[in-house]
Design a protein around this ligand. Structure first.
Ligand code: PEP
Length: 250
């Protein structure tokens, strides 16, 4: 079975309405062939989601959320539900990004509940996992990532509705990237674990790498047999960089 690569941009807390021009430039620069052979996604801040969805309407570009609450609606001031993201035009949602795990105390249990809410609302969940530098230096990278996956995978996950993003925390926004060997070893290990948990239906889920992916290193990173695309932070903000990364996957 061939897996379609997913190149996903995470804008984090960046972007104002004027930056819609950059998003439009991405759509204009990505070729029809690239849109056909890859899934391309931008997750802007929620304030821009509906606007970006309307720009992307009638194109192959996807938009998604950066986080969601685990409930569909209710008394949760400031929170956004998966159903609201879907209603705004999202087709994906990033869940359990390390910045949310670290800054908002998200545990594997909350990540799992959020991912389940995403699935129930018809969104594809991108579940993020990854070790800290201390965990890697202690030789615990695999153990950490395995237990994150075991505990945060949503019920009902399969290759259609769930994507895993392996993002070593120490490589996010730092300019550091894991070596190709480390990435390939981790992705292979994640694929085996998915097979053990859910057989072929789960093991064929896409596994993305994230952590300082740039146009210059994209080709090498994406050449790994178990690397099915990337989750891109900083370099997804500019059309030139993001499209350079898409080109690296082509
Ligand atoms: C991220 O935030 O998911 C990420 C990978 O960021 P960056 O590409 O900037 O390292």
């Amino acid at each position: 079975m061939t897996r379609k690569m997913l190149i996903a941009g995470n804008w984090k807390m960046n972007g104002l309405r004027a930056d819609a021009a950059e998003f439009q430039a991405m759509i204009d620069r990505i070729s029809t062939d690239q849109f056909e052979s890859h899934d391309i996604l931008i997750c802007p801040p929620t304030t821009l989601l509906a606007k970006f969805a309307s720009i992307a309407e009638k194109t192959e570009m996807n938009v998604g959320g950066e986080d969601c609450h685990w409930e569909i609606a209710g008394a949760h001031t400031g929170d956004i539900s998966a159903q609201m993201l879907k209603d705004s035009g999202a087709s994906y949602c990033i869940i359990g990004h390390s910045e949310r795990r670290a800054n908002h105390n998200e545990t594997n249990q909350t990540v799992k509940k959020k991912a389940e809410a995403a699935l129930q609302s018809g969104l594809i969940a991108i579940v993020c996992v990854g070790e800290t530098l201390e965990q890697r230096q202690a030789g615990d990278a695999m153990k950490t990532v395995k237990s994150q996956i075991q505990q945060s995978l949503p019920k009902g996950a399969n290759f259609n509705n769930c994507v895993i993003a392996y993002e070593p925390v120490w490589a996010i926004g730092t300019g550091e990237t894991a070596t190709s060997d480390d990435i390939n070893q981790m992705h292979g290990c994640i694929r085996e674990l998915l097979q053990e948990i859910g057989g072929e239906k789960l093991s064929q889920s896409r596994i993305l790498y994230g952590g300082s992916v740039k146009p210059q290193n994209a080709k090498e990173i994406f050449s790994g047999k178990d690397v099915d695309g990337g989750l891109i932070g900083g370099a997804s903000l500019k059309a030139k960089d993001f499209c350079g990364i898409v080109a690296g996957a082509s």
